[in-house]
Design a protein around this ligand. Sequence first.
Ligand code: SAH
Length: 389
Amino acid sequence: MELNDNKTQNTLESSTERSTEKSVVKTDLLGMDRAMMAAYFVEIGEKPFRATQVMKWVHQMGVSDFDGMSNLSKALREKLKRLAWVRTPKILAEQYSDDGTIKWLLEMDHHNAVETVFIPEKNRGTLCISSQVGCALECRFCSTGQQGFNRNLENWEIIAQMWVANKALGCKPKEERRISNVVFMGMGEPLLNVTHTFPVARILMDDFAYGLSKRRVTISTAGVVPAIDKIKTEVDVSLAISLHAPNNRLRDCLVPLNKKYPLERLIPSLYRYVEGGHSKKHVTIEYVMLDQVNDRVEHGHELVALLGDLACKVNLIPFNPFPNTDYKRSSNNAIHRFRAVLEEGGLNVTVRKTRGEDIDAACGQLAGKVADRTKRTIHRVTLDQTVNF
Ligand code: SAH
């Protein structure tokens, strides 16, 4: 497949860096999935099994310095020091919420930084990671969308968020995991950056790296239909859809990507995703609760009809406000009423508990530092090019 062929090549090219010392081009190892890493070791004349050894050091032990990789021969360590590196970002800020949520601001280049959030709960800990610097989709109710878009994050920049958080939380192999779940719900649209998000999902699920099960790695998308179709064959992760509206008229306005992939294309792609999977496979439907906009009883009935007998769970997200937004959070009454309509219609519904609000770490509040390049024309070109892969 075209996507596959380009993937390894792009990533190897884009993850190489010129060392300032001797002008040697060094290859970054942090962002490589197992197949890429094995190919890399063969390329430098080594055995492919070195890939699993190095992955364990990097991802499970948090070691970025080849000298610390004691089961590699001295000669191999010296060779890796010359040819490769494990590139990690600078932590620009770390904020703690009263409810235990932690937010990191990570520097990706001199102009851009992204945010990553850890949300501890009773029986699990969820890391919410970013896939792009900013976002090009301009969903009306999302603060990231208001900030503009700069670029896709590369593999190493995405997996580095897990690496940094894991290390900061003091995680050790064989101990209970503090990060049990990873969601691509930070800044950006992960399915407009599949070249980099798919290998990262594979690293998250690799037993030689973080070993998370596919139920615990979730890609959240505003609905990039061709990429939804690729998930099943390329990387079997869980899927969440940012639906937010039960009809095209309202969704065109809240999630402008709907004009490109309207509901009559999106919903069948969700049936295709769950079909043939294991018996419990389902899609999570995210629905932000906006006062008087999408929270009326008739919207609830429309949503029940739209979802039909799709295997799904609906997650109602109380809107998190940010400066200069016209939207308001639905009242608790409206949320309860809406939930009741969906449940009467046979849907399985949860209401998301808002976390990390005091440090602007809640859904849709992530801002980072984005050198906006979306002065309209660039924006359109980027969106169209990435959508039409
Ligand atoms: N682009 C992806 C992932 C980022 S958004 C997507 O659209 O799914 C992650 C989730 O937070 C989405 O469901 C998004 O719609 C929701 N969200 C965005 N802004 C929000 C806000 N202000 N309040 C509550 N949820 C919001």
